[in-house]
Design a protein around this ligand. Structure first.
Ligand code: KG4
Ligand code: ZN
Length: 356
């Protein structure tokens, strides 16, 4: 049995969790900086590290208190050491090192992306009773990554493909910004799409890039062109208004434009590209399971389409474990611990760390 304290500070959430056997979350505390960064239309790295520094001690203390465990109960302390923002990662890594050294507890370094995948091992009310089965394909879709990963066993990651330009979450955020929907863009676009017609605009899917690859920059540009065309037809604005809106950080959609239809059409095109390539990866590699992970896995249209079109069981973490949190790091840490991995106090932050 393992009891692991996990820490996550790679972007704009300061989080600590205590997880038993990589599955049972006994506590998970998340301090989000979203309100702070919203005014800048995205994450402001310098401010993120400062906020982590202020939040880390109370967040860890609360996670330990809620779990009701003592330092001597812990098998290991796990911390994310990449990928992510260097200044943000440093806070969690240094805090974990200090705790591990002070209490003489083994230290583990976790890859942020493997944490997202392992969120699918966490137990929750109403969730599946069994662990995911191998070989599996994981579609990892977050603000910084879009990857199709093949796993034949625990901790074995083979990258089949991924985005050649923007990440899926990044595309949601950028397009939302163009339309004046605010940050983060994913949830905003999902909300607006609910009242729109996803077939109203015919937007590109870029399916001809590599077999398991994605490209979203053309889709983003197509949305911008549609916006400019709509504005031109209305004679309300100069042609580059979309760009100027974004630069000004304006967070109000133009009430005269069919924003809901455009948001829904964008979401439809992006989801279709993700689902098409994921299905291909599943069948080409005879996978018996699909795991979806990362912030964009919260998207209900993506969930719906994958469930409808995949021939194998599909799993998504509950929404609270899709976006950044330490519980999922505790799940990955359990398997690293069992495999004998141990980090030393020389553990470094690796902002560009990859999975495979
Ligand atoms: O995994 P995550 O919390 O942080 C990173 O590791 O990047 O993912 C954040 C991303 C953001 O781009 C956000 O817009 C997107 O996930 N996101 C969504 C939804 N909720 C969050 N995208 C689409 N639909 C959603 N419901
Ligand atoms: Zn993440």
């Amino acid at each position: 049995m393992t009891t692991i304290l996990a820490i996550e500070t790679s972007c704009d959430e300061t989080s600590a969790a205590v997880v038993i056997n990589g599955r049972k979350v006994v506590s998970c505390v998340v301090a989000s900086q979203i309100q702070l960064h919203r005014q800048y239309g995205g994450v402001f790295p310098e401010m993120a590290s400062r906020e982590h520094m202020l939040a880390i001690a109370p967040v860890v203390r609360e996670a330990m208190a809620k779990a009701g465990v003592q330092w001597s109960d812990l098998s290991a302390i796990a911390t994310v050491n990449g990928p992510g923002l260097a200044g943000s990662l440093l806070v969690g890594v240094n805090f974990a090192k200090a705790l591990a050294a002070a209490h003489n507890i083994p230290l583990l370094g976790i890859n942020h992306m493997e944490g997202h995948i392992y969120a699918n091992w966490l137990q929750y009310e109403g969730g599946p009773e069994t662990d995911p089965a191998f070989p599996l394909v994981s579609l990892v879709v977050s603000g910084g990554h879009t990857d199709l990963i093949l796993m034949e066993d625990h901790l074995q990651y083979r990258r089949l493909g991924g985005t050649i330009d923007d990440a899926a979450g990044e595309a949601f955020d950028k397009v939302a910004r163009l339309m004046g929907l605010g940050y983060p863009g994913g949830p905003a676009i999902e909300r607006w799409s609910a009242g729109g017609d996803g077939t109203a605009f015919d937007l590109p899917r870029a399916l001809s890039v590599g077999a398991y690859d994605f490209s979203f920059s053309g889709l983003k540009t197509a949305v911008l062109r549609e916006l400019q065309e709509l504005q031109r037809q209305q004679g309300t604005e100069v042609p580059e208004r979309g760009v100027k809106l974004a630069d000004a950080g304006v967070q109000e959609p133009d009430p005269n434009l069919p924003i809901a239809d455009l948001a829904a059409s964008f979401q439809e095109a992006l989801v279709d590209a993700l689902v098409t390539k994921t299905l291909r990866a599943l069948s080409d590699h005879s996978a018996v399971q699909l795991l979806v992970a990362g912030g964009v896995a919260a998207n209900s249209r993506l969930r719906q389409e994958l469930l409808a079109r995949a021939q194998v069981p599909v799993r998504f973490p509950p929404i609270r474990y899709c976006t950044d949190n330490a519980a999922m790091m505790g799940a990955a840490a359990h398997y690293r611990y069992l495999a004998g991995h141990r980090a030393t106090l020389a553990l470094d932050v690796l902002p560009g760390l990859t999975l495979a």
